[in-house]
Design a protein around this ligand. Structure first.
Ligand code: GDD
Ligand code: MN
Length: 388
């Protein structure tokens, strides 16, 4: 990276928008990049940029919005300002969804050595940014987290009781399992050295909502962390994209990290759905056998179809919700899923049989077969049924 002072001559070759001071234009690279993930935030763009402008008066900054092809004109709102203001950049991602992935890509595209992540809806207090920046630049910290839980405990405005309790539970659980010790590891508001992100980016999971937690779990030990409390404001316009499914995300991420990144979060969800499917299978089997005249075989086939159908729709809603199929595509997906699972079942029996012939412990053979089927079904259905 070039850090030398710019030549004055470069000034004449640039077209400088009205919002940029001469001092800012003379510097080739911003000191700070603010990454803002957006999905349907059209109404918040202009107020957000204005807020940054007010908060960062003596700092050369840029903002990168990473938009997942919002249908509400978010990109238009960003471009309308960006044409006259070179500090405002935007990335449009097509055919993809996901908060963490969007933020990771934005951070990797930053022009500065230090990056901040802020939500677009003005819930985070941008006035903290200069302090966060001087903490990092001054060598006090490598990561500064805006925390909604201060010692004084006032940082909780725009926060429902239910959400607070679940957030506190999740915080306790993740601190315990990941041996982190921060008061708000779910925060979406933080600032970090870009070099750290460059190092750990390949280990981060782009799927979920919990990027900071992932960063904390993936960062090398010994990084210095600073926490600054702030008041979580109510959302300005639009609505939250966080739904009940983030709990599943959170559990998946936690298990993936505890297993040392061996198991991808998506597989954790797939396996959980499969376990539920087993329960559904047993209930359906019992019910079918209660109908007089059904043979065990017929009941077993019926139960398999019920369980596969259940698994398909749950996986479609949860595990693969970023690639969710609907309408005729869902029907096609269901059919391929039946085929995949049927081959998986054959693989299950084959592997179990093989293991059993070497080691006559029934449960070890059973687990090996089930694991084989789970991995097979996961790998093939993510490539075939829910292919990108
Ligand atoms: N690009 C992109 N893609 N952006 C997204 C997506 C997505 O799929 N989903 C949400 N966003 C953007 C929103 O537009 C917003 O700017 C930001 O991410 C946060 O989303 P919200 O929908 O406002 O989340 P929240 O306010 O409910 O949740 C906040 O608190 C959580 C902890 O409780 C956020 O700060 C989360 O990051 C945080 O984990
Ligand atoms: Mn929000």
């Amino acid at each position: 990276m070039v850090t030398s002072k710019p030549a004055a001559a470069t000034l004449s070759t640039h077209t400088i928008g009205p919002a940029v001071s001469l001092a800012q234009a003379a510097s080739p690279r911003p000191r700070l990049t603010i990454v803002i993930p957006t999905y349907c935030e059209a109404g918040n763009i202009a107020p957000m940029i204005a807020a940054l402008d007010r908060a960062l008066t003596s700092i050369h900054w840029e903002v990168i919005f990473v938009d997942d092809d919002s249908p509400d004109g978010t990109m238009g709102a960003i471009r309308a300002i960006g044409v006259n203001d070179p500090r405002v950049r935007a990335m449009r991602r097509v055919g993809r969804r996901g908060l963490a992935g969007a933020v990771i890509e934005g951070m990797l595209a930053s022009g500065a050595d230090i990056v901040a992540v802020v939500d677009a809806d003005l819930q985070h207090d941008e006035k903290l940014l200069p302090r966060m920046l001087s903490d990092i630049e001054g060598g006090k910290a490598d990561l500064v987290i805006g925390t909604r839980y201060s010692q004084s405990g006032e940082a909780r405005e725009g926060f429902s009781t239910a959400r607070r309790i679940s957030s506190e539970l999740a915080t306790g659980l993740s601190n315990l399992l990941l041996r982190t010790n921060v008061s708000d590891p779910m925060s979406g508001f933080f600032m970090i050295r870009r070099s750290l992100i460059d190092t750990i980016a390949p280990n981060l999971s782009p799927g979920g909502f919990k990027l900071l937690l992932d960063i904390l779990a993936s960062a090398p030990s010994g990084i210095r962390i600073q926490e600054i409390p702030y008041v979580f404001r109510p959302r300005r316009a639009g609505k939250s994209k966080l739904d009940g499914l983030v709990i599943a995300d959170f559990l998946g991420l936690l298990l993936a990290k505890v297993s040392g990144n061996l198991v991808p979060p998506r597989f954790v969800l797939f396996a959980l759905v499969g376990t539920l499917g087993l329960a559904v299978h047993l209930v359906a089997l019992r019910a079918a056998m209660d109908i007089s005249g059904t043979t065990f075989n017929a009941a077993q086939i019926f139960a398999s179809v019920v369980a596969m159908t259940f698994n398909f729709f749950l996986n479609n809603a949860l595990t693969f919700r970023d690639r969710r199929l609907s309408g005729i595509e869902a029907l096609k997906g269901l059919l391929t899923f039946y085929v995949v699972c049927s081959i998986g079942a054959v693989a299950n029996i084959g592997v179990a049989d093989l293991v059993y012939s070497h080691d006559a412990t029934w449960w070890r053979a059973g687990i090996a077969g089930a694991l084989m089927a789970a991995v097979f079904n996961y790998a093939v259905s993510s490539a075939l049924t829910w292919r990108r």
